[in-house]
Design a protein around this ligand. Structure first.
Ligand SMILES: [Zn+2]
Length: 370
């Protein structure tokens, strides 16, 4: 009996390693053998089901199996599950069964202009930002970061492993894309997150907890900006534009601050044409596509470029290809238009729609990288 279990375990380990190196057919064979030796181990059954669906090019079924696996066995075999999920998504995107936009609010334009290459690019770019943002705290590039924790979130274990602490701040309603304030939620609300601060030094987390308890005012926001590693010029800009003047989506204002910009009229408002730096491009942030986690004071802010370079270097150590994809997406020509509580960002093959604020007139930013 013991021997059978050992053999099954050995096969499962081999299967996981094969998944990680994207050798799905061989992994599937190893897992099928393991499952036949120990039919009761549902974690393996679900992983082998997922691999089987990938082999049969049924990516949505594979993703469903992976979802069940994650539900029943959160945080186990993370790398293997990541590899399988990546392959399933790649197949699903290639077959146009799903949008790579994990990216909330990102829509592909109908028609043939949307190349598969662009879809793959956005797909690869989408996940890396969250990884980099987390790593900057883990590696000490900044003192704190914010995360939204779900019930039984596997991130809690990861924080422990990385020697980071957390302090839960407030329970808020879930949202996608963009939010300029948190809507409080009741304990036990299934559509809620716990807005949480993470970091290495518990004293800093206590300080943030106190700031939240007191209610965030201008100086409180500025202090958070320092702890979050934001540049002083951008903290000052945020205080002036976002906090004092309640312009919650200040892309146009950053455009106006950009060296070499050109300002002109559009029906019902104004536009600014800029040549910006990809590191300062937060036009697509509603869809999670960004590099700097703050709102830069200009679309060529030198301090942002310098700090974001350290983030890029760190990101390259995690996944260089994904970072290149992200930078390529952030260098695409874009038109950002904000009016009536909605922002719409147009690229050649896709657009992003997101809730924004209501400026008194139409605001447009024509962006290109240069
Ligand atoms: Zn700045």
């Amino acid at each position: 009996m013991r021997k059978t279990a050992d053999a099954a375990q050995g096969l499962a380990r081999k299967g996981l390693a094969l998944f990680e190196s994207a050798r799905y057919a061989e992994a599937l064979r190893a897992f099928s053998k393991a499952s036949s030796l120990e039919p009761g181990r549902c974690a393996w059954t679900l992983l082998s089901q997922a691999a089987c669906h990938i082999a049969l090019e049924a990516p949505l079924k594979a993703l469903a199996a992976l979802e069940r696996h994650e539900h029943f066995h959160p945080g186990t075999s993370e790398k293997a599950v990541g590899a399988l999920r990546g392959e399933a998504r790649r197949q699903a995107v290639a077959a146009r069964l799903m949008s790579p936009a994990l990216a909330p609010g990102l829509h592909w334009k109908p028609g043939l202009r949307t190349s598969l290459r662009l879809q793959a690019l956005v797909e690869r770019a989408t996940n890396i930002y969250a990884e980099i943002e987390y790593a900057t705290v883990r590696e000490g590039l900044r003192e704190i970061g914010f995360v939204n924790l779900r019930p039984a979130d596997p991130l809690v274990k990861r924080l422990e492993r990385d020697g980071l602490s957390l302090r839960r701040l407030v329970r808020v309603k879930t949202y996608t894309g963009f939010a300029h304030h948190h809507v409080p939620a009741a304990e036990g609300d299934p559509n809620s997150w716990e807005h949480t601060v993470i970091g290495r030094d518990p004293r800093r987390l206590d300080e943030v907890h106190r700031l939240f308890q007191r209610g965030l005012d201008g100086p409180g926001h500025a202090r958070l900006g320092v702890l979050l590693g934001f540049p002083p010029c951008c903290i000052a800009f945020f205080g002036r534009i976002w906090y004092d003047r309640q312009m919650w989506d200040p892309i146009f204002e950053a455009g106006l601050n950009t060296r070499g910009k050109r300002r002109g009229p559009v029906p019902g408002g104004a536009q600014v044409t800029v040549s910006g730096h990809p590191y300062c491009n937060t036009l697509l942030r509603y869809a999670g596509l960004r590099l700097a986690s703050w709102l830069p004071c200009s679309l060529r802010c030198p301090e942002t470029i310098a700090r974001a370079q350290a983030w890029v270097d760190l990101g390259r150590r995690i996944d260089g290809r994904a970072v290149d994809s992200l930078l390529e997406v952030l260098a695409l020509p874009l038109t950002w238009r904000c009016a009536g509580g909605e922002a719409r960002v147009e690229a050649e093959g896709f657009f992003v729609n997101a809730a924004s604020y209501c400026p008194p007139e139409v605001k447009v930013v024509r962006w290109s990288a240069g």
